[in-house]
Write a protein of this length. Structure first.
Length: 254
């Protein structure tokens, strides 16, 4: 098999959570361009739009909705994808929410909701998908973390805690499942143009300070994540396990 063939994921079923704009849409489309059929989770209208773009590529795509702050809905999501498209052999845990509030006033209900969506649902979906992958004898799980897995940030304690925990979950699952040909890795995006960074980008002074620190001298575009995702979803990464791949334009080198 040539190296380019190793990057192909033809006819594989991929489940992408949060596939409704920004990074999620870019991830879903990249996987489809590499050959996968994609289950797009998210709000119905946006997920439907992502699916239409994937179908234009000649791949199968269906949209699925679920509130991932409720673990029972995470389970329902997986069962519906399995019933309609088959058991996913690629899982991308991309769904995430962010709540900004000073730590001393941080709302307890929002703390729980952020951790449930960003961490607990990722674990439950990994359990379900991982079990089927282990039976099949192969699989790929990719968790979308954040630079805040390494840095505490400001006024985002729940988000930072959830993303740091997600990287440790990645390593823990990789330790248990790696010998059974199931690779679990994470990607930590830097400063990308997404809804989560809209407030930062509106502040011209802060935005300039951020860009000035990035060696690439620009904000990341969602499509900049495509190569990393396809690599970790494909056979090209069969000996990569438990890694946290930082895609940040060089931010952490400064």
């Amino acid at each position: 098999m040539s190296i380019l063939e190793r990057f192909r994921i033809d006819r594989e079923v991929a489940l992408v959570t949060g596939a409704t704009g920004g990074l999620g849409t870019a991830i879903a489309i990249a996987l489809a361009e590499a050959g996968a059929n994609v289950a797009c989770h998210g709000h119905s209208r946006e997920a439907d739009e992502t699916c239409e773009r994937i179908r234009d590529l000649g791949r199968m795509a269906y949209s699925f909705s679920a509130d991932l702050s409720d673990i029972s809905q995470a389970e329902r999501l997986y069962r519906e994808v399995q019933a309609r498209m088959g058991a996913p052999c690629i899982l991308v845990n991309n769904a995430g929410i962010l709540h900004r509030q000073a730590a001393e006033h941080f709302d307890a209900a929002m703390w729980s909701r952020v951790l449930d969506v960003n961490l607990t649902s990722a674990f439950r979906l990994s359990q379900l998908a991982g079990s089927a992958m282990l039976e099949r004898g192969r699989g790929k799980i990719i968790n979308i973390a954040s630079l805040l897995a390494f840095q505490g940030g400001s006024e985002v304690p729940a988000y930072a805690a959830s993303k740091a925990a997600l990287t440790q979950l990645t390593r823990a699952l990789a330790n248990e499942w790696g010998a059974r040909n199931l690779q679990v890795n994470a990607i930590s995006p830097g400063f990308f143009r997404t809804a989560h960074t809209e407030e930062l980008r509106k502040d011209e002074t802060l935005s300039r300070q951020i860009v000035d620190r990035i060696p690439a001298a620009r904000w990341g575009e969602p499509e900049d994540l495509a190569g990393a995702v396809v690599f970790l979803a494909s056979r090209a990464s069969d000996y990569v396990n438990g890694e946290v791949l930082v895609v940040d334009g060089g931010w952490r080198t400064r």
